[in-house]
Each structure stands twice: as structure tokens, then as C-alpha cells.
Design a protein around this ligand. Structure first.
Ligand code: PA5
Length: 393
């Protein structure tokens, strides 16, 4: 289980006498929410076998897999790949997560003359950034494989089971498809085919990843069912409760801190998860991130001594040498600086523990948003930007 501890600005244990009742009510609400398909951490065995078989095909015939997608359609799997740096014959590249021609050209240059496949990932199937990148990558496939049947077998579409432009095109053209379940939104989808297919191609042990998530879920619901009130037995609820308690006072920024640069993309995934789930109705904790010790020499000053509206969450894995000492020193300094400090700790930086962490954060995020009174599963602000850009075009 994930270990969670919290220290208040006075240096006391913040989990003491913690009232978890509103978090527990939130769990009940989430259980009956039509968008909580990720909560049981389901595994679709048939889909999993298909993912593994097709990943092997890509490993056999491709130097590169270009993953096209934005937001929840790419951050989760990129976070895990960057954190674990798996070695696979097939290198993963990313496109369609911005509108920069330079970024796209870099990808197109890198795959020039190489064997490659495409995984286009979009639940709606209509998002502008991935749609444009997909057109460019398809053109590259046609140039490389000269319009023959091999083009079709190199495109993998991960999208809605029934609707959307991508779904329709995949059906018409006969691409291999994976489903984004109806009841799971983008930022909660990393443990579906959205994340699992690129991860399998990259050589991540997806069984261990899923196993970790299921273990975290199993332990959580066991303690939940026996109506535990022990904060260490319900760490996600403790974290959610304390975040919202500080939010209700003065703290409207949460900084996630890591000491491994490889975890920077994981922080990006975390920011999207919390930012899109909670930033609503004029409320929400602004999620920010730092990579130490690098950022101790830029944002460190502000954290230590600036406006006291920040809470800080340290994501802890076993570290070595100077880095381990730096982590201890920083946590102690920031506690002295009267920052509320949360510590979230797992035993190792591996697939199983990342699976645990993903489940932990998804649960904590949904609970925290519910306590705040927000719908954790919509993103009306993102939709508005999408509509505006379409009408301007
Ligand atoms: O969490 C979400 O739902 C969003 O961030 C989406 O993942 C993002 O907007 C991309 O949408 P789509 O997968 O429909 O292209």
C-alpha cells in the first residue's frame, strides 16, 4: 500500500484525529457515477491479449511507434515510459500534442527512411491537434510504403467504440482498433488500451502495472468495507481530505515535488488529472510541479520563503547518495518554512508501484473534487477552447 504522511505548518502530524467521513461519502458518490469505469480497475482479458499480440507485431516490423494524442490520450503512457525507460527495439515517439510545425517536423525527420507504425489515440476522434498530426503521419506512411496494403496494417486507432470521425475512418479503412471505454474519461484512461498498447510496445511490463493498480484497489476497498477510520489504511482519502481542508483555508496551490528528473512527465500527468478534475466553478487547487534539486535553485526560494499559500507533496521513491540526503534536507527545510507537507511514498520505482500510484492518485483526485463540490469527470473549459478554435478556423 502507498504510505502517506502529512505535517502541518506547526510541525504536527496532520493525520491525527482526521475525519474521513466526507471522503467516504465521496467514494459512495463516485461508485455510482457513470464515468467511474476506472474505479474497479477492470482488466479486459480479450483486449489485453490483443494489445500484446499487436504490440509484438509492431516490435517485429517497426523501428518506431508514433503515438498521436493530447492530454489524457498521451500523458499517462509517456509518464510511465519516461519514468521506467524500458528498452525495446521499437522506439516511441509522440506527435499531435501541440500545434508546433517544428515538433512535427522533428518526428517526421527522425522516422525518415525507417520502418514505423502509428497509434492514433483520441476518445472523441475530433480533437484538432491529433487530427492534424494524423494527416501528416498518414501522408508519411503512404510515401514510405507506396499506397500498398501495409499502410493499413501499420495504423492502430484507439477511440470510442461507436462514435467519432476516427472511429468512422478506422471502420471504413480497416485499421486495427482499441476501445476507450464509454465510462472512462481521457485523464483516467492510462490503464486502458490508451496507455497499455504504447506501453506494451515500449517494453513495459503491463501485467505488473495492472497488478499494482489492482492491489492498491483491493487493499483500499478492504479497509473501506470494514469502515476503517485509520488514516494510514485509507491513504488516498487522507490525502484528499487534507488537500481540501487546506484549500478551504488559504492554500490554493499544490506543488508536486520529485527528486528524479525521469518523473517530470509523471508530474505532467498528475497536473492534468487534478487540474482538469478540480479547476471548476471559480474553485480548485492549482497543481504545479518541481524537479529537485534543479528547482531548488530557481523556485526553491519562493517555496521556502514566499507567499504561504502553497502545500507541497513529495513523491518519494528510494533514492541514492547525495539525492537521498537532499530530499531529507529539503523536506525538513520546507517544514521549517511552514509549508503543509504531504509525503507519498512507494517501495520502488517500477511498473507495479507506478500502477499503485496511478490508482491512488485517480481515487484521491476524484474524491478531492467531490469534496470540493466539482464534477471530477468533465472538462467544460477544455471543450470551450476546442469549440472556439474550430469556429475561428
Ligand atoms: O481528460 C480528458 O478527457 C481530456 O484531457 C482529453 O484527454 C483530451 O482533451 C484529448 O481528448 P481526445 O482523446 O478526445 O482527443
Amino acid at each position: 500500500m502507498i504510505t502517506f504522511s502529512a505535517t502541518n505548518p506547526e510541525g504536527g502530524d496532520d493525520t491525527k484525529n482526521l475525519d474521513l467521513s466526507s471522503a467516504k461519502r465521496a467514494v459512495e458518490e463516485i461508485r455510482s457515477d457513470p464515468m467511474a469505469g476506472w474505479l474497479p480497475a477492470p482488466i479486459n482479458r480479450i483486449e489485453l491479449d490483443k494489445i500484446k499480440t499487436l504490440a509484438k507485431r509492431v516490435n517485429d516490423n517497426s523501428d518506431y511507434l508514433v503515438c498521436i494524442g493530447i492530454g489524457g490520450s498521451y500523458l499517462g503512457h509517456k509518464a510511465i515510459i519516461d519514468a521506467l525507460e524500458p528498452t525495446s527495439k521499437t522506439k516511441i515517439l509522440y506527435a499531435g500534442n501541440n500545434l508546433s510545425q517544428k515538433s512535427l517536423d522533428k518526428v517526421l525527420d527522425e522516422i525518415e527512411g525507417k520502418d514505423f507504425s502509428i497509434n492514433v489515440i483520441s476518445k472523441s476522434g475530433t480533437t484538432l491537434e491529433p487530427s492534424l498530426a494524423f494527416e501528416a503521419l498518414k501522408a508519411k506512411l503512404k510515401e514510405r510504403y507506396k499506397y500498398d496494403d501495409r499502410i493499413r496494417s501499420r495504423i492502430f486507432a484507439t477511440t470510442d467504440a461507436r462514435h467519432g470521425a476516427l472511429h468512422d475512418e478506422a471502420e471504413e479503412m480497416g485499421y486495427e482498433t482499441f476501445i476507450v471505454p464509454d465510462n472512462i474519461g481521457g485523464r483516467y484512461s492510462v490503464l486502458t488500451a490508451v496507455g497499455l498498447f504504447p506501453l506494451a510496445v515500449a517494453g513495459v511490463n503491463i501485467d505488473a502495472l495492472l497488478d499494482g493498480a489492482r492491489k492498491e484497489k483491493g487493499e483500499f476497498f478492504e479497509n473501506f468495507a470494514k469502515n476503517s477510520n485509520v488514516p494510514s489504511e485509507l491513504p488516498a482519502l487522507s490525502y484528499a481530505t487534507l488537500r481540501q481542508r487546506y484549500h478551504g483555508k488559504y492554500h490554493d496551490v499544490e506543488v508536486l515535488a520529485v527528486f528524479e528528473p525521469e518523473l517530470q512527465t509523471f508530474e505532467e500527468w498528475w497536473k492534468q488529472l487534478f487540474g482538469e478534475s478540480e479547476g471548476k466553478g471559480g474553485k480548485g487547487i492549482f497543481p504545479a510541479s518541481v524537479v529537485y534539486t534543479t528547482d531548488l535553485h530557481s523556485l526553491g526560494q519562493y517555496l521556502q520563503d514566499g507567499r504561504r499559500n502553497i502545500m507541497e507533496t513529495f513523491l518519494k521513491f528510494p533514492l541514492e547518495g547525495y539525492n537521498e540526503i537532499a530530499e531529507k534536507a529539503t523536506i525538513a527545510a520546507h517544514k521549517t518554512g511552514k509549508i503543509p507537507v504531504f509525503e507519498i511514498e512507494v517501495k520502488n520505482l517500477d511498473a507495479e508501484n507506478l500502477g499503485r500510484l496511478i490508482y491512488f492518485f485517480e481515487l484521491a483526485c476524484a474524491v478531492s473534487a467531490k469534496i470540493q463540490g466539482a464534477n471530477p469527470f468533465d472538462q467544460p473549459g477544455v471543450e470551450l477552447y476546442k469549440q472556439n478554435i474550430k469556429s475561428m478556423l
